[in-house]
Design a protein around this ligand. Structure first.
Ligand code: ATP
Ligand code: MG
Length: 470
């Protein structure tokens, strides 16, 4: 472990305050774990055997008297930001739980009590900041050995740990995914037994852990664990339905659950965009509902992109995920995810490319990344052929966009121009004329140019206006 991190002025200040006020104090939790794992960590938790709030105020005063200390008297916690790092202080505590809540009853306790209430042994390490043994590691539950073995294990009986605070089950899966650790067998079984306890956890906390799983280097680790522990029933039951292969007259389809996990992993290698990873997770979500078999074509999932894009709305609502821009983006990508590959199956016309560019807009590159990740066949020749076609399409898209500027396409003739030219009030016919011009540009009948669009308006508008009046 690299102890030079303890040279920071912050830890020295804690040590001084500890001596001056005779209050033992320790760095604990995620920061200590991440120090061992050499991961970057931007929040540091300090436990003091005494008042966390008073202690934080004294430390802040030493660092810079201007620091604003936020504190929550009810919880006995204090927090401030210094040099871009978030510091949190709390008095050592002992906890007891009631069946219907993950919020415990709290009493003051010793450092040992405080450490015993932590979720995993790897999160239960503490480093002394006391002058007498500054920098000494306090490892009461074998956390450093578990870090070596890459194991997630609870300090107490796992059934009690998970039932007390069911959020810990999701944290276990999330850490397994983020760190590529194994969940110890006993813990795994306890999670499987207690999965229904997730019912008392708020959707906001569930989606926040799910987001962390999706953002991990290989999200399939966490997603598969959600499935295997049964937690997926309470997190995203729609995804579970993708699991399994149906056979009809000896013909099967892909297991869409494992296909989806592969797509998410493929994408995770290329992009950190959380919402793009969500689009990958949900791109085939409507396959079970749209599945059918025919003698000529075998298995098909007709319209799954349309229904899937609708299902994203209810999933985002249920999980209390943001319904504005992120949802619209995810819906759009699901809706369009078949288009690029479908395009490459025939001669790629300019007008088909213009339509795709118009609909995808600035998200065209993300859509292509999703499509590329979606190519997962076991048949290598097929994968190579699809990838090659996709590359051709990309070149074509670049060429058409450079020439026609469709991506941020604003029709050169606005509604106001039409109303002014024909002295009309706002009405449906204005939209019809605008649409006619837009379609002509996308079809390549005219260029994306003011003069050509104006000329087209002059030739088609009179008929629209007479039809509307008759
Ligand atoms: P990250 O910051 O990446 O989410 P972390 O382990 O630092 O990971 P925090 O939520 O910051 O997680 O919590 C800090 C510490 O508090 C943890 O390392 C752990 O010791 C303890 N802790 C957090 N949540 C729980 C919980 N639900 N049950 C028990 N201990 C917990
Ligand atoms: Mg943390």
């Amino acid at each position: 472990m690299n102890y030079s991190a303890l040279n920071q002025v912050f830890f020295k200040s804690c040590s001084e305050v500890s001596s001056e006020t005779n209050t033992p104090c320790y760095a604990v939790g995620g920061w200590v774990r991440d120090l061992f794992l050499e991961r970057e960590c931007k929040d540091i938790d300090v436990v003091v055997v005494g008042s966390g709030i008073e202690f934080a105020k004294e430390v802040a005063k030493k660092l810079n008297p201007k620091i604003k200390v936020n504190y929550f008297a009810n919880f006995g916690t204090a927090q401030f930001v210094y040099d871009g790092i978030d510091y949190e202080f709390v008095g050592a505590r002992k906890e007891s739980y009631q069946r219907d809540s993950r919020n415990p009853i709290i009493e003051n306790g010793t450092i040992e009590d405080d450490i015993a209430r932590r979720d995993f042994t790897i999160n239960s390490l503490a480093i002394s900041l006391n002058a007498s043994n500054f920098g000494e590691l306090l490892d009461l539950h074998g956390g450093s050995a578990d870090l070596e073995k890459k194991i997630l294990r609870t300090p107490q009986d796992p059934d009690i740990t998970y039932s007390d605070d069911p959020l810990r089950m999701l944290r276990a899966v999330r850490f397994a995914s983020q760190l590529n650790f194994k969940i110890e067998e006993k813990s795994f079984e306890a999670i499987s037994r207690n999965s229904n306890r997730l019912e008392i956890i708020s959707k906001e906390r569930i989606h926040s852990e799910l987001n962390k799983i999706l953002l991990s280097p290989k999200p399939s680790i966490g997603l598969d664990l959600l499935y295997k522990t049964g937690l997926l029933d309470y997190v995203l039951p729609e995804l579970k339905l993708l699991h399994g292969v149906e056979l009809y007259k000896g013909k099967g389809h892909k297991d869409n659950f494992y296909h989806t996990l592969q797509v998410v992993d493929n994408l995770a290698e290329k992009s950190d965009n959380l919402w793009l990873r969500w689009a990958a997770l949900l791109h085939d979500i409507a396959k079970p509902q749209t599945k059918s078999f025919s003698e000529e074509n075998g298995w098909s999932f007709h319209g799954h992109e349309v229904l899937g894009s609708k299902m994203a709305v209810s999933i985002f609502k249920t999980l209390k995920l943001p319904l504005d821009q992120p949802l619209q983006y995810v819906r759009k990508l699901i809706f369009l995810h078949l288009r690029p590959i479908a395009l490459t199956k025939e001669e790629i016309t300019d007008s088909a490319v213009r339509r795709l560019l118009f609909e995808a807009g600035d998200d065209i590159d993300d859509l292509l990344l999703l499509c590329q990740s979606d190519i997962t066949s076991k048949n290598e020749a097929k994968v190579a052929r699809y990838l090659e076609n996709l590359e051709k399409l990309k070149l074509k898209i670049k060429e058409v966009e450079e020439r026609d500027h469709i991506k941020n396409f604003q029709p050169p003739i606005t509604g106001e121009m039409i109303m002014k030219t024909y002295n009309l009030k706002p009405s449906r016919v204005i939209g019809d004329i605008k649409n006619h011009i837009k379609e002509a540009i996308l079809d390549g009948v005219i260029r994306n140019d003011y003069d050509e669009a104006f000329a087209l308006m002059l030739s088609v508008a009179p008929k629209y206006i007479t039809d509307a009046q008759s």
